[in-house]
Ligand binder design. Structure first.
Ligand code: ZN
Ligand code: FE
Length: 235
């Protein structure tokens, strides 16, 4: 029987998200923008942090890491080749971890940076995508080859449709506005934009919804993807 898993959204700064994953034997966090709010959530729940999953080494995802590590002693799991300070375990995709009741599968999702991992929890039907896949968008390439990000997005798109997506930033409304310029007749995009309105919190999304509305997942070739990504950079 799958363990009971609860996921709590922890907003940080203007638009970052960290996520607390609680299961009966412990808790893990995905990304550590800011230690304070994560720590308060752990204390309120009287649970112990055993693992810290880092999607990539950009400062807005690891700024609170050393403080979190110091107070919890949790094991830091980070992408191989990243510059995550004090990482205990390097992962490069394909790992299936079993953390005392929590099953985690690592999916390698570079493109926003060369070392970027996503974390898939089959029991919770949830994936944590950092700055790879966003609501109706994807991370900037910062000079990385577009085919790398294209492949990463395809890898995520292969997850079951009902999989919930927990992304690293809240950019969904502006992403949908861009999506409408790419596919002005896409009824699913119009519907999602109308439903989202000014809602500042659109997490989680689902693979099914992204397949219908995300212009980067919907790109049929690397060329089409690269063209859309270029246009989005100056949108
Ligand atoms: Zn980033
Ligand atoms: Fe980021």
């Amino acid at each position: 029987m799958p363990a009971q898993i609860e996921i709590t959204v922890i907003p940080a700064f203007d638009d970052n998200y960290a996520y607390l994953i609680c299961w009966p034997d412990g808790a893990a966090v995905v990304d550590a923008p800011d230690a304070g709010p994560i720590r308060r959530e752990l204390e309120a729940r009287k649970t112990k942090l055993t693992h810290i999953f880092i999607t990539h080494d950009h400062h807005d995802h690891i700024g609170g890491l050393s403080e979190l590590k110091k107070f919890s002693g949790a094991e830091i799991v980070a992408p191989a080749g990243s510059r995550v300070p004090a990482a205990d375990r390097a992962v490069s995709g394909g790992e299936k971890l079993d953390l005392a009741g929590l099953r985690v599968e690592v999916i390698w999702t570079p493109g926003h940076c060369a070392a970027h991992a996503s974390f898939y929890l089959p029991d919770a039907k949830a994936v944590f995508t950092g700055d790879c896949l966003f609501g109706a968008g994807c991370g900037r390439l910062f000079g990385n080859p577009p085919e790398i990000m294209f492949q990463s997005l395809q890898r995520l798109a292969a997850l079951p449709d009902e999989t919930k997506i927990y992304f690293g930033h809240e950019y969904t409304v502006s992403n949908l506005e861009f999506a409408l310029t790419v596919e002005p007749e896409n009824a699913a995009v119009k519907k999602r934009l109308a439903e989202t309105g000014n809602n500042p919190r659109t997490v989680p999304s689902t693979i099914a919804l992204e397949k219908e509305t995300n212009p980067f997942l919907r790109a049929r070739s690397v060329t089409e993807f690269a063209d859309r990504r270029r246009r989005k950079d100056s949108f």
